[in-house]
Design a protein around this ligand. Structure first.
Ligand SMILES: [Zn+2]
Length: 118
């Protein structure tokens, strides 16, 4: 097989590759310098990232609760009942019972697993 293109010597090829490499690296270096933020810009961006502590207060029942929210343990807000906790507990128990019933019906829970749970 005959190669028609005139072949360069290895020295010329290496020199060309080196020139291209330095050209590209100088472009990349300039890009990085241009996109870099200074300390002031970084601090300005981070000035909005501070976290604030959640306002926690003690309810009249003694348990901690978030400010301007009903108490999660007694359901009261400013002395009045906001959430009916007994009804909520009954609803939760009813849902769990129904969920377990559905799992038993579909065969995902067997009697052995139930014994291990309790
Ligand atoms: Zn409370």
């Amino acid at each position: 097989m005959i190669c028609a293109a005139p072949r360069q010597s290895d020295g010329d090829l290496n020199f060309g590759v080196a020139i291209v490499f330095f050209h590209i690296s100088s472009i990349l270096a300039r890009m990085v310098v241009r996109m870099r933020l200074n300390r002031s810009q970084t601090a300005q961006r981070r000035s909005h990232m501070a976290l604030t502590a959640a306002g926690v207060q003690l309810c009249e029942c003694g348990s901690p609760r978030r400010a301007h929210r009903a108490c999660p343990s007694c359901g009261k807000y400013r002395g009045k009942v906001g959430i009916d906790m007994t009804a909520q507990a009954q609803r939760l128990a009813r849902r769990q019972k129904r969920h377990e019933k559905e799992l038993k019906a579909s065969g995902q829970i067997t009697a052995d697993k139930e014994v291990k749970k309790s």
